[in-house]
Design a protein around this ligand. Structure first.
Ligand code: PLP
Length: 339
């Protein structure tokens, strides 16, 4: 069976690097959304707990339900709830979300500081915070998300400045309304590594936890290590003549007499589909022959087991996309083993 190995030493290496950046492990709120970026929510949550992580971030309430017993707090980015789970903090992405909240619950207010995806516009902050007070909902945090942490442009820095202004505005409003000051946070992986001294109350690393920063020319090597290794097992080996055509539509033509083997993973498991349009190599440099099928692909050689990739960024680049994209697409049904 194809399987995913989760390298615990790599994960703990990445968490150590991140906690050095924040100068405190308690400021880390790792992001476990989308099945922990394909790594498996439950296993990753347990490893984080063992490391001493107390807060995590997810997208849905259903994800929060699976892991909330392990942590002091779970921040839900994508939903509010009329029947909130204990220990969960839900996100207001739009002012109308406040109507869906239950009295007494805790929320994070997301503010749009320039990404223009979701979040409340700064001019509605006063209105939103007044509504929260009136509805007796706790304003636990105010946060934003950066559109340009990975770009070499200045947009990351003007967004940072914008968020500082938002902080000042919120603190003014809270003082006037006599409600406790919320916490503030704004940095995902790229922003964490672009900030010299982190002054936010917490950070939300996703991809860095799993071992990547997407743009090397921006960051250089900061020492992160990939956590996930994708393995596949051989299902059969054939000895074929030069000119034989392998796989669907025969687009994989053998240049010489060759021994080829098929392996038990395909696009049905979320592996990107190498084809005549996208040539792709596995981790050791061998090219995938012809098209990837739903459940199999072929390679030269006869190894019993192979590493499809350890470096998801390199693998994804062959398909003109990013590490996140290949990682989250890996089927949740692929068995996972912690090593
Ligand atoms: C996904 C997400 C993150 C994590 O982003 P990475 O680039 O993976 O570090 C942080 N904050 C929010 C709001 C997100 O949606």
């Amino acid at each position: 069976m194809a399987k995913i190995l989760l390298h615990k030493d790599a994960l703990y290496n990445n968490l150590t690097i991140l906690s050095k950046k924040t100068e405190s492990i308690d400021k880390l709120a790792p992001v476990l959304k989308d099945n922990a970026y394909g790594h498996g929510l439950e296993k990753m949550a347990r490893l984080l707990k063992e490391f001493g992580i107390k807060k995590v971030v997810v997208r849905k309430e259903s994800e929060a339900r699976e892991v909330c017993e392990l942590f002091e707090e779970v921040i839900v980015l994508g939903e509010v709830s009329s029947t909130p789970l204990p220990k969960c903090t839900y996100t207001i992405n739009h002012i109308d979300d406040i109507k869906k909240c239950k009295k007494g619950m805790s929320i994070e207010l997301k503010v749009d500081s320039g990404m223009h995806r979701n979040g409340i516009e700064p001019k509605y902050l006063k209105q939103a915070i007044e509504l929260l007070k009136r509805a007796k909902i706790e304003l636990k945090g105010v946060f934003t998300h950066n559109r340009g942490g990975d770009d070499l442009s200045s947009s990351f820095f003007w967004q940072r400045r914008g968020f500082e202004e938002i902080k000042t505005t919120v603190l003014g409003i809270c003082k006037k309304l006599d409600i406790p000051e919320p916490r503030f946070h704004s940095l995902s992986s790229s922003g964490i590594f672009r900030t010299k001294k982190i002054t936010d109350d917490l950070v939300r690393p996703g991809i860095a936890l799993y071992g990547y920063l997407e743009w090397d020319d921006v960051f250089g090597d900061v020492g992160l290590k990939p956590v996930l290794e994708l393995k596949a097992r051989k299902t059969s080996t054939l000895m074929l003549k030069k000119g034989s055509k392998v796989g669907y539509s025969g687009v994989g033509v053998l240049k010489e007499d060759s021994k080829i083997s098929s392996y038990d993973i395909g696009y049905g498991d979320g592996l990107f589909r190498a084809s005549e349009h996208f040539c792709a190599c596995i981790e050791d440099g061998r090219e995938i022959i012809g098209r990837v099928s739903m459940d199999y692909f072929s390679l030269l050689g006869e190894d019993e087991e192979i590493t499809v990739f350890r470096d998801a960024k390199r693998f994804a680049k062959q398909f003109k996309t990013i590490s996140y994209d290949q990682l989250v697409k890996l089927s949740s049904s692929i068995p996972k083993e912690i090593v």
